[in-house]
Design a protein around this ligand. Structure first.
Ligand SMILES: [Mg+2]
Length: 488
């Protein structure tokens, strides 16, 4: 069972895929951006979009009229670099929705294009939108696909080439640090403060957990953001630096978990570096390095370490698959998704009732079809009812009724998903199946929650138990069809 402390609403719960006892965790590592520090997405991503647009204008591209439309994209979608599409994939790898530029595929086009495709994220054809940082990039890509189709982008060979240019231009905007300088100058505009995050970490430290900050951001930016978001909410005399035994900046995740880069010590506030061969020997500020050095310093194995981050691949998938660390994913959109699900309960009851009726009618239709077939073949079997014209009528009539039911169900399903995003539906669902994103989360994140501060009321001693899985064969899900005579 999933449980929630009395004072938390359901959308602020901590949800468990794989049982995790916080008492057995000795060290907790945190990512910073969108984990310890949450940004106003429209501001941050809107600003990233503008920098990207500026970079493309400087290349002479006609992007004056492109606009930031964050509702066109959600985390967990996939860019199909071969076809210039944005796609939504279910847990089996099948494409369930697609948009070329900003035009959505209809059912037939979707089937024609993707019926033989199973999406494997390991292929370079696909680019998974792992984090909220992907929103601006995907928004721009969708609109540039339209310009490429109109032959307005000089020198771009194809859709894959286009995605490379967008990524390169965005990376340049990040690397040049213009965006980060803008944020440091006006953090109030960009940072969504949460006083309970520093408090949750303080509890963890007091309870004996060894805390680590492992971020890809550079020293100056990390220092500015953490000063702003943490220090005002800690008891007098304490700063964020007192919470963390080890701080690692410019960590280069996911390589941090899978490769062996050299480590440097940061020796002063200006960020001056000194090589640190052999790994850290004492608490402090570091740059680079790799996860193996941290385990050695802490003298802990992976199952005693919990890493908390928002990036589905870099923070949870790689840290788990390579280092076997325990993992927690922070996914802020979960709050909106759970609120939408709450509103949708009535709709979903309606869908379930219609599905039940559909299954009953399908069963009756199968029986009638088989009865006709047997009659045609002249099998005269004892105990079978008399077959006659009414059966043919019934098969036809049932086909019509089922078609009507399908359209009714289809409308309700669309209405249901629209409660979260009008174009793509729920993050965690794709039609009747879970989405590829949810599949990734189930496999890689031991626990997941909308924000780090949700850990506060659970305490550092919480025991998260995974709910008993529901498999199709479980008895509560099995219902009996009524006898044939009772079917409508
Ligand atoms: Mg992050």
């Amino acid at each position: 069972m999933t449980w929630i402390p009395n004072d938390l609403p359901p959308e602020r719960g901590v949800f468990c895929n794989r049982t995790l006892n916080l008492r057995s965790i000795r060290a907790i590592g945190y990512d910073m951006d969108y984990t310890l520090i949450h940004y106003h997405v429209d501001e941050w991503e809107g600003s990233a979009f503008e920098h990207l647009k500026q970079g493309l204008l400087e290349k002479g591209w006609p992007v004056e009229n492109v606009v930031f439309e964050p509702e066109m994209v959600t985390r967990g979608l996939v860019i199909d670099r071969d076809l210039g599409n944005l796609i939504k994939v279910n847990r089996f790898g099948y494409v369930k929705q697609a948009a070329h530029g900003r035009t959505f595929y209809g059912f037939d086009q979707l089937r024609r294009t993707y019926r033989r495709t199973l999406v494997d994220l390991g292929e370079s054809r696909y680019q998974f939108l792992n984090t909220l940082f992907s929103i601006s990039e995907a928004c721009m890509y969708m609109q540039l696909v339209e310009l490429l189709d109109e032959h307005k982008l000089p020198g771009v060979m194809n859709y894959a080439d286009l995605s490379n240019v967008v990524r390169l231009t965005l990376d340049q905007a990040h690397m040049e640090g213009e965006l980060k300088r803008e944020i440091i100058a006006d953090p109030g505009r960009f940072v969504d403060l949460d006083p309970n995050i520093p408090r949750a970490l303080l509890d963890q430290k007091e309870a004996g957990k060894r805390l680590l900050l492992i971020t890809n951001s550079g020293w100056n930016y990390t220092k500015a953001m953490m000063n702003y978001a943490f220090n005002p909410y800690l008891p007098d005399g304490l700063t964020w630096r007192d919470l963390f035994e080890i701080v690692i900046v410019s960590a280069r995740k996911p390589a941090f978990f899978s490769e062996r880069a050299p480590l440097f010590r940061i020796i002063n506030e200006e960020g001056e570096l000194r090589p640190c061969q052999g790994g850290p020997t004492e608490p402090g500020l570091y740059l680079g390095g790799h996860a193996g050095l941290i385990e050695e310093y802490l003298q802990l194995n992976g199952d005693r370490l919990l890493y908390v981050g928002d990036h589905v691949f870099s923070d949870v998938r790689v840290s788990k698959s390579v280092q076997r660390w325990r993992t927690a994913l922070v996914i802020r959109e979960l709050e909106e998704e759970i609120l939408a699900l709450k509103k949708a309960r009535e709709l979903q009851d309606g869908i379930a009732a219609l599905m039940h009726r559909k299954e009953t009618l399908e069963y009756r239709q199968s029986q009638a079809k088989l009865a006709l077939l047997r009659e045609e073949k002249g099998h005269d079997l004892d105990g079978l009812p008399d077959f006659s014209q009414p059966l043919k009528d019934e098969v036809d009539q049932l086909s019509e009724t089922l078609k009507d039911l399908d359209s009714e169900i289809g409308k309700l399903v669309v209405q249901d998903g629209n409660l979260f995003n009008e174009h793509w539906g729920y993050l965690m669902w794709s039609g009747n199946d879970t989405s590829h994103l949810m599949d990734q989360i189930s496999k890689s994140a031991d626990i997941y929650t909308s924000r780090v501060s949700n850990l506060l009321p659970y305490t550092p001693f919480a025991y998260f138990r995974s709910p008993r899985g529901t498999s199709p064969h479980e008895l509560s899900q099995i219902y009996k069809m009524p006898p044939a005579v009772e079917c409508e």
